[in-house]
Design a protein around this ligand. Structure first.
Ligand code: PHE
Length: 346
């Protein structure tokens, strides 16, 4: 019986089968239990001799069962671990990486183009006071141009009693730079500006880049050359044609609005050529002019000694034009599909 039991236990290859064997040998109705019961009908001598043998048998079978159980359990664990190992050869899902926003990319491009022409980057606060944003730019209180700016005002004034607002253009950086650096000066000032306005081509927050040159003997020719060089570099085309139109800004005199020629290709505006050419039209891209004498004075400089030109343009509009986008609002939606469509995200 012992040999048979040990053989069966050794052959059992599942825990279920092993349990069946345990019941068959050691269970209440098992064969070893049955053997034990025969002790009752034996003589005392027989019983003590057989009882000792049966006990050894029972112990050996129980030990064998226990040992086999441990072996089967650890084999099962091994198998489980083996089936759960990481398969490092599986390709991992691709993580999407961030990218620089088109507006930031264009601002970087502009800064680079102007750096080549010797312009430094200047900055000013987005929360501005009305003196820097308006008064010092020759827009005294009640000046009609103030009303045209759709300004966001803060309810409280600063310590000097100046109304606080979100700057409506980057032009206050002209004043801040002159007051801080003096002359000569050659700066660009890119940054956010705010106006209470919203449609397909206007968002309440947008980006401008300001340019200011203050030096001796500066004239309109310098302005024209600078803008032409900048627009050719930005649009990466030599056939950019500029049209300078007389205009009005309180802070420049004379003031010049600049148009570029463009044509429509596949429903997109493509800059290049004269707006008077067949199939072409003009589009305004920036405002500029010779810095008003009063503004130079507000900047703490003598306008008989120093002259200059200034220009300002919308960065978002330039980006739309360069990349053929048609809705300005999409710039600020953060829609990945849109970013991907225009090649700004992987
Ligand atoms: N600040 C003007 C605007 O926001 C643009 C401008 C800048 C015009 C500098 C002339 C000179 O429209």
């Amino acid at each position: 019986l012992l040999a048979e039991a040990l053989a069966k236990i050794a052959e059992a290859d599942t825990l279920d089968l092993l349990e069946q064997h345990r019941v068959a040998f050691l269970g209440k109705k098992g064969s070893i239990s049955a053997l034990m019961k025969t002790l009752g009908g034996m003589s005392p001598e027989e019983r003590s001799e057989a009882g000792a043998r049966f006990n050894v048998l029972r112990t050996e079978v129980a030990d064998a069962l226990a040992a086999r159980k441990v072996a089967l359990e650890s084999a099962a664990l091994e198998a489980k671990l083996a089936s759960e190992t990481l398969d490092l050869s599986l390709p991992a899902p691709e993580a999407s990486t961030g990218s620089v926003h088109p507006v930031s990319q264009v601002m970087d491009e502009l800064a680079e183009i102007f750096a080549d022409m010797g312009f430094a980057v200047a900055t000013g606060p987005e929360i501005e006071d009305d003196w820097h944003n308006f008064t010092a730019l020759n827009m005294p209180e009640s000046h009609p141009a103030r009303a045209m700016h759709d300004t966001f005002y803060f309810p409280d004034s600063d310590e000097q009693g100046r109304s606080m607002l979100l700057r409506t253009h980057t032009s206050p950086v002209q004043i801040r730079s002159m007051l801080k650096e003096g002359a000569p000066l050659r700066i660009i000032a890119p940054g956010r500006v705010y106006r209470s306005d919203s449609d397909a081509t206007h968002t309440p927050m947008f980006h401008q880049i300001e340019g200011l040159v203050i030096d001796k003997g500066i004239h309109l020719g310098h302005l024209k050359w600078t803008l032409e060089t900048f627009l050719k570099a930005f649009f990466e085309r030599d056939d950019i044609v500029l049209r300078l139109r007389p205009s009005y800004f309180p802070f420049t005199e004379p003031s010049v609005e600049v148009d570029v020629g463009y044509s429509m290709e596949k429903g997109r505006r493509v800059v290049g050529g004269s707006g008077d050419d067949e199939g072409h039209a003009w589009m305004e891209v920036l405002g500029s002019g010779m810095v008003n004498r009063k503004v130079i004075e507000f900047g703490g400089l003598d306008p008989d000694e120093w002259q200059g030109f200034a220009f300002g343009t919308g960065v978002d509009r330039l980006a739309m034009l360069k990349y053929g986008m048609d809705d300005l609002r999409a710039f600020f939606d953060g829609d990945l599909r849109w970013m991907k469509h225009y090649g700004f995200a992987a």
